[in-house]
Ligand binder design. Structure first.
Ligand SMILES: [Zn+2]
Ligand SMILES: [Zn+2]
Length: 441
């Protein structure tokens, strides 16, 4: 081990493995298992031996890479808001919209909540996120972290699930296919810039090497004395930091902040099951108006036709656009309902079961991953309402179901976040196994 460390010190002085003389320990965020990180070379990742959750991923030149991607994404975003997004023409009357009009038109129809949701998820949060990455990486590259770097690094992981540029692209494609039969559609420069932005944003989020980043910001404090690997952290009075990964000792006096990043620490998320149940109940209640009321009303040549979510899917199917019908049905019906059932099942089974934890963790990860894709239908409504404005010839107005459905998506996402996946593994068998670990020397 010492020979290896000496070699690393000369070869790559900035990597965490090069500077620590003791094994770096991590408690898995999803199953609480304590393990030692192996030395990682660029391109390698370390997974939890029990549940397979990624504990650390090492990238080649992490700072340069994220900085370059974040700057490119920000340039693409500024182009996307400066040019026309899409245009349509119907019977000699046409309309051309910019990206921001998808939100401002909703305010005109007294739907401020939907407008705020759109602006936040596709413009504001991604822009703040990218600026944060640039600020952080500039400081790390100059070897002197800029002020507020720790707070910014902590916020980045919280913003991540709420950025939905990629979902918006799918929404834009669905809405354009929906009206392509009735009117001629033109894609503006902003549309392509936004596609590039969504792709670059995705690459930027994936390029962040948080293990390296936290090491460069605040070093690597040693794990508490006597930490044992091959067992869970909670029975030892320890908790892994969800943001920077460091293992901390939880003190009974209530000092429960991470020593390295300052994040709030919990042995298990407080009242996790009760909060998840409450949010699931609220989402179920909101799912009723989301399906009963029309999501949008199409007025064509003086005739108005309101359509609900299901009604829209059936109509699309009859028109022969079954691929779009399938996308809308999956995003608006299968995903939210499946998510409600999956989370409810996990909450029900957690306190009493000794079933396979890996299967249930996989189910939890899936619900967490797919939840945001339900926003497709809300984006479709926003784009169509802004775009289809041809006086009395044809126009589309939003219905009350749009805000109800948007709240279902947000509530189910919050429900998945308040559910603590470590509870899945807190079975009697796991508790017995937790007494069999080894002490680290
Ligand atoms: Zn794990
Ligand atoms: Zn931390």
């Amino acid at each position: 081990m010492p020979e290896h460390e000496t070699r690393q010190l000369h070869a790559a002085p900035a990597s965490p493995e090069a500077r620590t003389t003791r094994r770096r320990l991590r408690a898995c965020h999803e199953c609480d298992w304590v393990s030692a990180l192996p030395p990682l070379s660029p391109g390698e990742r370390a997974d939890c031996p029990r549940c397979g959750h990624a504990l650390a991923i090492r990238h080649h030149r992490p700072a340069e890479r994220s900085l370059a991607l974040a700057i490119s994404a920000l340039i693409a975003l500024s182009l996307a808001v400066s040019f026309p997004f899409v245009s349509f023409e119907f019977g000699g009357v046409g309309n051309r919209i910019e990206l921001t009009q998808t939100a401002t038109t909703m305010i005109g129809f007294h739907e401020p909540i939907v407008a705020v949701l759109i602006v936040l998820t596709i413009l504001v949060l991604p822009a703040v996120y990218l600026l944060g990455v640039i600020w952080l990486q500039c400081g790390l590259l100059s070897r002197e972290p800029l002020p507020y770097s720790r707070g910014i690094a902590r916020s980045l992981s919280h913003m991540h699930p709420w950025m939905m540029a990629d979902v918006f692209i799918v929404g834009a494609l669905v809405s354009l296919i929906k009206v392509a039969d009735m009117a001629s559609i033109g894609l503006g420069a902003s549309f392509w810039a936004f596609c590039a932005f969504a792709f670059l944003l995705l690459l930027t989020t994936q390029s962040l090497d948080s293990d390296w980043m936290w090491f460069s910001l605040s070093g690597e404090p040693l794990a508490p004395e006597g930490t044992r690997t091959g067992t869970t952290a909670a029975p030892q009075g320890l908790a892994g930091c969800p943001t920077c990964g460091l293992i901390n000792r939880l003190t009974p006096e209530g000092k429960r902040h991470c020593r390295r990043c300052g994040e709030h620490l919990h042995e298990r998320l407080p009242h996790s099951l009760q909060r998840t149940w409450a949010l699931l109940a609220a989402a179920t209640v909101m799912y009723v108006p989301a399906n009963i009321y029309p999501i949008m009303t199409t007025t064509s040549l003086g005739q108005s036709q309101a359509s609900t979510i299901i009604g829209g899917v059936v109509e699309l199917w009859h028109m022969g656009s079954w691929p779009v019908a399938t996308v809308i049905f999956t995003a608006s019906v299968l995903v939210p309902v499946g998510k409600l059932f999956a989370l409810a099942w996990l909450c029900l089974i957690v306190p009493r079961s000794d079933l396979n934890g890996n299967t249930r963790t996989r189910l939890y990860r899936m619900t967490e991953f797919i939840g945001r894709w339900s926003m497709v239908d809300v984006f479709v409504v926003a784009i169509l309402v802004a775009l289809i404005r041809a006086d009395s010839l044809m126009s589309i107005t939003p219905g009350p179901a749009a805000v109800a459905f948007g709240s279902v998506v947000v509530l189910t996402m919050l429900a998945a976040m308040t559910f603590d996946p470590r509870l899945i593994w807190d079975t009697p068998r796991a508790r017995r196994a937790s007494h069999l670990g080894n002490t680290v020397s």
